[in-house]
Ligand binder design. Sequence first.
Ligand SMILES: [Zn+2]
Length: 65
Amino acid sequence: MNETALKGRKFSGASRAPKTYSTGRTCASKGCDTRLSQYNRREWCYTHAPTKYPRLRGRIVKAEA
Ligand SMILES: [Zn+2]
């Protein structure tokens, strides 16, 4: 019997813990006190987050005025 055949990686529960950010944060936009999710690593709420328009094969996507 070869005992090393069943040797597995030591499971470490801590390495799989989800990354969280401090709770109780609010949107970085002035006058907006929308609470941010602790899983949201951005500084703004979804309304104020800067939108990035992906480049679409040379076409220029105009941002909303
Ligand atoms: Zn906001």
